[in-house]
Design a protein around this ligand. Sequence first.
Ligand code: SF4
Length: 338
Amino acid sequence: MGFFYSEKEGDTLRVGIPRTLYFFTFYPLWKSFFDVLEVDVVLSPPSNKVLLDAGVRETVNDACVPIKLFHGHAAALKEKADFLFMPRLVSLDGKATLCPKFLGLPDMVRYSIAGLPEIIENRLDMKKGKLELYRFLYRIGQRFTDNKIKIFQAIRKARYNFSRYRKLLLRGLTPQEAFQVLDGKKETAEAGSSEFPIKLAVLGYPYLLYDDYVSVGLLDILKEHGVRVATPEMVPGEGFKSLSKKMPKNLFWFYSNRVVWAGQYYLRDSDIDGIIHVTAFACGPDSMTNKLLELETKYCERKVPFLTVTLDEHTGEAGVRTRIEAFVDLIKRKKGLA
Ligand code: SF4
């Protein structure tokens, strides 16, 4: 049974974690924490049509596709877990908040889907100080044990594996590849081949970029066409920090800021041949994020080619593939490669 892929059903308590949204940011933290507490983690299946259709049925029409999909993942865990892990993430960097749909997620799910197990919806708000992550995890740990030492050990292990995970992402691994490295199923390796002649920044929220079903395999399509990919997860923390200070004004939303800062970072990288913004239809924050990126690429000194790919529940692979191929051809021609 793999460390990061265990889906066993046993006598111990089971916590269900939806394999979407903040899963791509935090899974190694949550998984390591619950493992030390001897709580089984049950994951929903990778995103697929059945989950998305269920999510579309269960939630409001005007929600974005990641939120619809989240409902499908939550419904899939209904009979499989004693608890659903759905923390209310308010602020992760102590400054910006998450989008309002994240803030209301536990309530949306609870009132949309009947018969769910108890929801663990502890609030994480890093605006309350640097120790807030410890307090947050400690409060969750107290649900499962009154052994304080065990909870502290769980927090320490969780932080350790989370830090390893982030380093792997920085080196260019996708979350799925990083999970396999942490699981011991894959050797640590650098992602992509530096011999590929084109390098594109692919910007977007991790739950769009790294969910192969929602993104219709966009990252793989790019690799098939000999493109090296750079994402916001590959920007070093110091890069974000200095760029956030240079912006005349930052956005209100955590993930949107990361996308805009990553755009700024890659615009300064002469190795980057173009930028693709992957956005979700009906995403409020992205209406601003997308416009900002478009204007930055248009008016920067070296005029970087820019493409927006909008995803919704009807997006098909053929449409995305055609647009990506046209964009890559344009860049090849610009570089004299075609
Ligand atoms: S940021 Fe956009 S895509 Fe993400 S949950 Fe909010 S509305 Fe949906």
